[in-house]
Design a protein around this ligand. Structure first.
Ligand SMILES: [Mg+2]
Length: 422
């Protein structure tokens, strides 16, 4: 079997960029690119085509050795990672088995998601939008809890991860970047944001703590509260925040120092924060490849890592890092909010194979508009009592209904096949 083509499909209404790898035997693999990149990433994906055409897609590692060194931290590892997942889709379909079987087999029949997104095909209630008062956070958390379907962990945003900090006067010492146009879900304003960062003020700290207390009240005692915080905190501010929220018993504090779109890790700073609080410290969604997790894991700089299969370099890379983390007593809760339906299918496959350090994966947002555009294993009621049954369909188990894509896009030719340079 040989790879014959790599093409992209952009669905603007869903802000989704998909990729399709074809073979000379008619079997194809599908995947999707992680959030915030949409059409701008298509040339980046197509760039890899000459490196993979002619190779046997079932030898996933052989293909990856040709392109792995051409990736980088989020967002530049997204193309490489998505290609890896499409290769596994082909390998699974060619063998007639689900991907988990090719990764060494499953160790659990159900996998546990946590509430980043809502259950598939349900309306999305963003965890970083709405009013900025504690009562607004209370209402947001209450509303989201109604769609929990037994899920036991909800993630909410605060600090630099939450655009509402902009309404707090003198939130922190430092430059504040404000987008010239609002960037909604899965959309990056073309004038990309600078990194908001700095030492938080008493006023900023008080606001964040009050809002998280309101969320804890809304969640009650039967739900874990995971807090996505940054990146951008300075070490003393991060420690002060962690200690102030300790009485709320958050499950973890995510990305305080580095994270989202930070092209480095800073394990030594995380080590300082971790040593001074009893709350679990979590990071890693932007990190590309095992090599960049090495110091974080070997020095036990955090309690939980959160790699995204669509940024770390793919499913096999995530599996390797999870095993290595387990060896060092570190937990794993993979990231996935912007991975879409194909990312959800991929997360289910890899999480079925992870060791005992697996907590739960972040539920990708699969908007109701995906209905009819995809067929296969994903459905509205797939979360029961907080878990998802691991499906046995070959590959990822999700197909794209291309006729429906043609209808929505209003044209026959739905593929982006060439990088235009003008
Ligand atoms: Mg995050």
């Amino acid at each position: 079997m040989k790879i014959t083509d790599l093409r992209c499909i952009h669905i603007p209404s869903l802000r989704a960029l998909l990729l399709r790898i074809d073979t000379d035997e008619g079997i194809y693999g599908l995947s999707q690119v992680e959030m915030s990149k949409h059409a701008y990433m298509a040339p980046h994906i197509l760039y890899y085509k000459p490196f993979i055409v002619g190779l046997d897609p079932r030898n996933v590692e052989d293909v990856m050795r040709r392109i792995r060194r051409l990736g980088g931290f989020k967002p530049w590892g997204a193309a490489v990672s998505s290609i890896e997942i499409a290769l596994w889709d082909i390998a699974g379909k060619a063998t007639g088995v689900p991907i988990y079987r090719l990764l060494g087999g499953k160790v659990r029949d159900t996998v546990r998601p946590y509430m980043g997104g809502p259950p598939p095909f349900h309306m999305y209630q963003p965890y970083w939008q709405g009013g900025d008062r504690p009562e607004d956070y209370y209402a947001m958390a209450k509303a989201r809890k109604e769609s929990a379907r037994g899920m036991t962990i909800m993630k909410v945003a605060t600090g630099f991860h939450d655009s509402r900090w902009r309404t707090v006067a003198d939130h922190h010492y430092g430059i504040s970047y404000v987008p010239r146009q609002s960037a909604g879900f899965m959309e990056f304003a073309p004038e990309a944001l600078g990194q908001n960062a700095g030492m938080v003020t008493k006023r900023g700290l008080d606001h964040a703590v009050a809002c998280m207390a309101a969320v804890r009240e809304a969640l009650g005692e039967d739900m874990e509260l995971a807090i996505d915080c940054g990146p951008g905190w300075k070490v003393p501010g991060a420690i002060a925040f962690a200690r102030r929220v300790e009485p709320l018993r958050p499950f973890w504090l995510e990305d305080l120092v580095t994270g989202d779109y930070t092209p480095y890790v800073s394990p030594e700073l995380y080590r300082e924060v971790k040593a001074k609080t009893s709350v679990m410290i979590h990071t890693g969604e932007q990190i590309y490849l095992r090599h960049n997790f090495k110091e974080l894991i070997e020095t036990q700089a955090v309690d939980v890592i959160g790699p995204d299969p669509m940024d770390i370099g793919g499913l096999a890379e995530l599996k390797w890092v999870a095993e290595y983390a387990d060896l060092h007593g570190i937990l794993i809760a993979p990231h996935g909010i912007g991975d879409g339906p194909f990312g959800l299918a991929a997360l289910i496959q890899v999480c079925a194979t992870l060791p005992d350090n697996f907590i739960a994966f972040e539920l990708p947002v699969v908007l109701p508009e995906w209905k009819g555009l995809i067929s296969g294993i994903l459905h509205e009621d797939m979360i029961q009592d907080g878990v998802i049954q691991v499906p046995d369909a070959p590959g990822l188990g999700v197909d794209l209904v291309e006729d429906e894509v043609r209808r929505i896009l209003g044209r026959e030719d739905i593929y982006l096949t060439d990088v235009q340079v003008r």
